[in-house]
Design a protein around this ligand. Structure first.
Ligand SMILES: NC(=O)c1ccc[n+]([C@@H]2O[C@H](COP(=O)([O-])OP(=O)(O)OC[C@H]3O[C@@H](n4cnc5c(N)ncnc54)[C@H](OP(=O)(O)O)[C@@H]3O)[C@@H](O)[C@H]2O)c1
Length: 279
């Protein structure tokens, strides 16, 4: 696996099929990283989404996906997964005529289906981002099909690194594990924040203070873990003095089998992702 976080400028043109939350994050990230707005084309049936894109980022909005595709060397499929089939089938002739690199962020939609629906033979990179992309702190995994060149894959990584870090996974099926880990992952941390806030309030701390204590601790611990060469286990042990407060808390977690439950929960998420991809 190769990890990258490039900030270099971009060449070429990028089209977005769909101008929703993820597309807005990507376009915002690209523009802030130096990609020229006039090289970005977007189509979304919602006029509000188009106005936002044009007003906020100065990108070029089109009157249809075909127009977006004909202007773009890279096309990002950014619609809900359940719309991917109909949107690609409708855009199939434009995609076949112009043959851009297709980057799909549609969760759970397999490359073989993207290939089939778009008419076959396209270079496709399937990616799995997560919601912190909205604040340019996303974690995105990528997997290309065999038609993607080294340069195209690097280009796809540069686009996704506009909203955070990227990692390549060797097998498409790894994206099911990624979905359960970093895709769903923000929700696991929100859940822990919820539990910490509840405990704080049970101990008599007011709601706002509880929120600040829990969220800032989560941010600080995340940054510490991300910036450290030590494992999370070592960092945890450093906070845990023998006979102290943290040890008492961990004893209670161990008695309740919390770590095993988390591992089982994440693997259950992977199983669900596999089932959803198949259907
Ligand atoms: N949000 C996340 O955290 C996240 C994480 C990982 C992956 N993803 C993936 O990212 C994709 C987009 O998610 P999102 O949260 O950005 O969804 P979203 O906000 O609903 O954006 C999708 C946009 O596509 C538009 N659209 C519908 N039909 C279209 C068409 N024929 N042509 C062009 N645009 C069309 C939708 O318009 P209407 O609203 O009018 O239908 C909507 O504005 C999904 O496939 C999701 O699985 C999202």
């Amino acid at each position: 696996m190769v990890q990258k976080n490039s900030t270099s400028t971009f060449e070429g043109t990028i089209g977005f099929i769909g101008g929703g939350n993820m597309a807005k994050s990507l376009v915002g990230g690209l523009v802030s990283k130096g990609f020229h707005p006039s090289s970005i084309f977007v189509y979304d049936p919602m006029p509000e989404a188009m106005h936002f894109m044009a007003d906020q980022f100065g990108v070029r909005v089109t009157d249809g996906n075909d127009k977006t595709i004909s202007n773009s060397s890279i096309v990002v499929l950014a619609v809900k997964p359940q719309l991917a089939r109909s949107v690609l089938k409708e855009a199939g002739s434009a995609l076949q005529e112009h043959r851009p690199l297709l980057i799909s962020i549609a969760a759970g939609v397999q490359i073989k289906d993207l290939d089939l629906w778009s008419g076959g033979g396209l270079a496709i990179v399937r990616v799995m981002p997560n919601t912190p992309a909205l604040i340019q702190r996303g974690m995105t995994a990528l997997h290309p099909n065999s038609r993607v060149s080294k340069e195209q894959l690097e280009y796809a990584e540069r686009i996704l690194s506009a909203v955070g870090k990227t990692v390549r996974v060797p097998a498409e099926s790894d994206l099911d594990a990624v979905t359960a880990l970093s895709g769903s992952g923000p929700a696991y941390f929100f859940f822990l924040i919820e539990a910490m806030e509840q405990a704080a309030q049970d101990m008599g701390i007011d709601r706002d203070t509880a929120h600040m204590l829990a969220t800032e601790t989560a941010v600080g611990a995340g940054l510490l873990a991300a910036g450290s060469s030590e494992s999370a286990a070592v960092l945890r042990k450093r906070v845990t003095s023998p006979g102290g407060v943290t040890e008492a808390a961990f004893q209670a977690l161990e008695n309740a089998g919390v770590k095993e439950s988390w591992v089982e929960a994440i693997i259950a998420g992977q199983r669900r992702s596999i089932d959803m991809s198949k259907s």
